[in-house]
Design a protein around this ligand. Structure first.
Ligand code: IPD
Ligand code: CA
Ligand code: CA
Ligand code: CA
Length: 272
């Protein structure tokens, strides 16, 4: 069974309430925050607040919807039988958060039968609350979002991001070396979700990144898509860890073809 527009709005309302609270808690805890632990590499950090905010979101979701599943960046997946899954990035842009910067966001995507049906990206320091429902459009603070008018690749402002491993970064630098002279300019904002919402809002023309996880793109991909962007991986695939691209149709294909040619979905040759 699929969800109705009413179901999606009801799920969005729950997600918005929870994301607002989580964003408030995270914003209040930003000053003086320190690294709690490192993950895949010494630069892949987690703070106390990443874990606390994810815990808060899990608690709030399961209190209202005990049969749903929750997948978050910082914890193990909890599985319920309802067919609804909440995909959570408690703080997307942890490095920005750590440095007292503004571009970080609480991200909540609600999936039904594997499809994202409602999404919220809350960037509280910026005062931006992005929302979308499947088929219902994308909004920022209640204002309808539209991607920028189409431009050719050489006139495109393109956002991107980099993974944490040295090998992956070396390959990403190689890709960037070719992309940079072919576009208007590059932006590296530090939050994949805010980057995708930037495409939705027409503040950049396009975005690409290798190495994302479902919690990074889940909510923001629906927001970009509902604002008129095409969001996907290579060769017609949905967004995935190999590559996520977002851009209006036309520009998407141009950027896609360039990235395919550069092997942007690989980590380059083995070291050693
Ligand atoms: C990271 C951010 C960053 C992107 C990294 C992500 P996190 O998420 O979205 O912009 O370049 O690939 O891992 O760790 O801050 O939630
Ligand atoms: Ca992280
Ligand atoms: Ca993230
Ligand atoms: Ca995170």
């Amino acid at each position: 069974m699929s969800t109705s527009a009413e179901d999606r709005s009801a799920l969005l309302a729950i997600a918005v309430d929870i994301a607002r609270e989580a964003g408030r808690v995270a914003a209040e805890g930003q000053a003086g925050i320190d690294v709690l632990a490192t993950k895949s590499t010494p630069t892949d950090v987690v703070t106390e607040m990443d874990r606390a905010v994810e815990e808060l979101i899990r608690k709030r979701v399961l209190a209202q919807r005990p049969d749903d599943s929750v997948l978050g960046e910082e914890g193990a997946e909890e599985t319920g039988g309802s067919g609804v899954r909440w995909v959570v990035d408690p703080i997307d842009g942890t490095v920005n958060y750590l440095y007292g910067r503004e571009d970080w966001a609480v991200c909540i995507a609600v999936e039904h039968a594997g499809e994202t049906v409602a999404a919220v990206v809350a960037a509280p320091v910026r005062g931006d609350l992005y929302t979308a429902t499947l088929g219902g459009g994308a909004y920022c603070n209640g204002e309808r979002l539209r991607v920028a008018d189409p431009v050719p690749l050489e006139m495109a402002l393109v956002a991107t991001g980099f993974g944490y491993s040295a090998r992956r970064r070396a390959q990403q630098a190689e890709v960037l070396r070719t992309v940079l002279p072919r576009v208007r300019d590059i932006r590296r904002g530090g939050s994949a979700a805010v980057d995708l919402c930037g495409v939705a809002r027409g503040r950049t023309n396009a975005y690409y990144e290798r190495g994302l996880n479902p919690w990074d793109w889940g909510a923001a991909a629906l927001i970009a898509q509902e604002a008129g962007a095409r969001v996907g991986g290579l060769h017609g695939a949905p967004p995935n860890p190999d590559l996520t691209i977002a851009a209006p149709p036309g520009l998407f294909e141009e950027l896609h073809d360039l990235l395919v040619g550069l092997g942007a979905d690989t980590d380059g040759p083995e070291e050693g």
